[in-house]
Ligand binder design. Structure first.
Ligand code: NAD
Length: 494
């Protein structure tokens, strides 16, 4: 909710930006409220910073660049090691911040923070990863070498659903490769990102101005996209915003990687191991209340009508047993969604599908909980072909069932999506798994794994409308993204 005045409660902090090694109040006066989705409690007031705040951050980052670029890659890697260690020490605290601010369960939040720490561990390999190539004697006395140099000031614009992990997909690689960094966290849950920036700067191993934070929304994004001092932008969010960021960034001559939305299918073969399948589908469709880019929101039931029905019955029975509640309650399986507005959108989508002929075989539209954000697991069957619940990302605990008579039909259905983020198959057949792996159009594929999130040493992203740009996050792609290649041809008299 936008307002133009800071609420009167004296207990609630108005967040500040972190620029040039110090906290700085935002220049603008507009603010947003950041609330706990489970309780509705006001956690913080988020300033909507302006282009002037972005400019201050870019100037600070530019000032820090030359010294950092001259710093040995070994020393930079050790700085990232220190970041890894401090994040590990504060893992429980960060997980609680994520659980409160975003809403997910503590276990899930701790796993998220762990994944972010893993990105630091992968980035620590930077001295190896930065090594170039050379070729001696391409002509008499002539040698050629390729070196990698940092791109400059880079920014990360991140979504609400992984407020700790996604900033850490970018920060460690960017600085290990010699760049200066600006984070624009999601305005819906910026507290974990803020704490990560604070912990990093508290180490005393990164120069002032190297790692900055600017809170806000559209104006900050536009400020970064339009600022000539920003060389590269890493974005993660919905497909619509990703396309916008990629287009405007490219128009302004920036390097952009924009990871967008998803509509992930889980193909359930009749021979799937029932436990692996049910556990995988539950975790994927309903974990984090379906608010993951890897969430399986379609279950493609393969086989005869009786086999399809048997798979459906297993899924519905398991989903009915899931407990809905607050993320901080250890009994909770399905946490609230991020905001009352998101819950209302989901309820409207379920209602529209029902009105158009879908059957709601499990209905989670009951009690919205104290924060107005709870929605129980919901399963739709018999949705009309091409309906929004089959084609669009809903981003909630809503699973739509689709039927296919055989694997070829299932693969054709999966590949008909405009998205290609992730896709998984549950089967005991190596042949079916191999055919699926070969034929499916997705950047991340799971075989009997519901949430096929690659470890940080591999690139993370999808295909098709799930990404704008060529380079994925993490792994070697991160090194490509955050460096420019320079090829030097030298001749020396013998
Ligand atoms: P979002 O697109 O609403 O917001 C992402 C970021 O963009 C935020 O920092 C926000 O401030 C900014 N933003 C939003 N609208 C903007 C606009 N019109 N102009 C400029 N900036 C704008 O996404 P979200 O709701 O925070 O996150 C959920 C989405 O992110 C889902 O679609 C999910 O699939 C996607 N996601 C993708 C991946 C991936 O790896 N592909 C990972 C996580 C999340």
């Amino acid at each position: 909710m936008t307002s133009t005045a800071v609420p009167t409660s004296t207990d609630v902090r108005t967040l500040a930006n972190y620029i040039g090694g110090a906290w700085a109040p935002a220049a603008g006066s507009d603010v947003l409220e950041d609330r706990d989705p489970a309780t509705g409690e006001l956690l913080a007031v988020v300033p909507l910073s302006t282009a002037a705040d972005v400019d201050a951050a870019v100037q600070a980052a530019r000032a820090a660049l030359p010294g950092w670029r001259r710093t040995s890659p070994l020393v930079r890697a050790r700085a990232v090691m220190a970041l890894r260690d401090v994040l590990n020490e504060h893992r429980a605290e960060l997980a609680e911040l994520v659980a409160r601010d975003m809403g997910k369960t503590l276990d899930d939040a701790s796993a998220e923070v762990g994944r972010g720490i893993e990105s630091c561990e992968a980035a620590i390999g930077m001295p190896h990863l930065l090594k170039g190539e050379n070729l001696e004697g391409v002509a008499t006395g002539v040698d050629v070498e390729l070196v990698r140099q940092p791109v400059g000031v880079v920014a990360a614009i991140t979504p609400f659903n992984f407020p700790a992990m996604i900033p850490l997909w970018f920060l460690p690689y960017a600085v290990a490769a010699g760049n200066a960094f600006i984070l624009k966290p999601s305005e819906q849950d910026p507290l974990a990102g803020e704490r990560i920036v604070e912990l990093a700067n508290g180490l005393g191993v990164f120069p002032k101005g190297l790692i900055n934070l600017v809170h806000g929304a559209h104006d900050v994004v536009n400020g970064l996209l339009d600022h000539p001092g920003v060389a590269a932008i890493s974005f993660v969010g919905s497909a619509k915003t990703a396309r916008y960021v990629a287009t405007r960034g490219a128009e302004n001559g920036k390097r952009v990687q924009a990871l967008g939305g998803a509509k992930n299918s889980m193909v359930v073969m009749p021979d799937a191991d029932p436990k692996l399948m049910v556990d995988g589908v539950m975790g994927s469709a309903f974990g984090a209340a379906g608010q993951r880019c890897l969430a399986g929101s379609l279950a493609v039931l393969v086989g005869t009508a009786a086999e399809q029905d048997a798979s459906r019955d297993r899924i519905v029975a398991a989903a009915s047993a899931l407990r809905v509640g607050a993320g901080l309650d250890p009994e909770t399986d399905v946490c609230p969604v991020v905001s009352p507005a998101q819950r209302e959108r989901l309820v409207a989508d379920i209602g529209a599908a029902e009105a158009d002929g879908a059957r709601v075989v499990l209905d989670g539209r009951g009690d919205a909980g104290p924060g107005g954000c709870s929605l129980g697991p919901t399963i739709l069957d018999d949705a009309p072909e091409g309906h929004k619940v089959i084609t669009d990302e809903l981003f909630g605990p809503v699973l739509t069932l689709v039927r296919a008579s055989d694997l070829d039909e299932a693969i054709a259905f999966v590949n008909s999506s405009r998205y290609g983020n992730a896709s998984v198959i549950f089967t005991e057949s190596g042949g079916a798994a191999r055919a699926y792996r070969y034929g499916v159009e997705a950047g991340m594929v799971g075989v009997n794994v519901g949430v096929a999130a690659p470890v940080a040493w591999f690139p993370f992203s999808g295909w098709k409308d799930s990404i704008d740009g060529d380079l994925h996050a993490n792994g070697r792609d991160a090194v490509e993204f955050y460096t420019r290649k320079k090829v030097v041809t030298s001749r020396w008299a013998a």
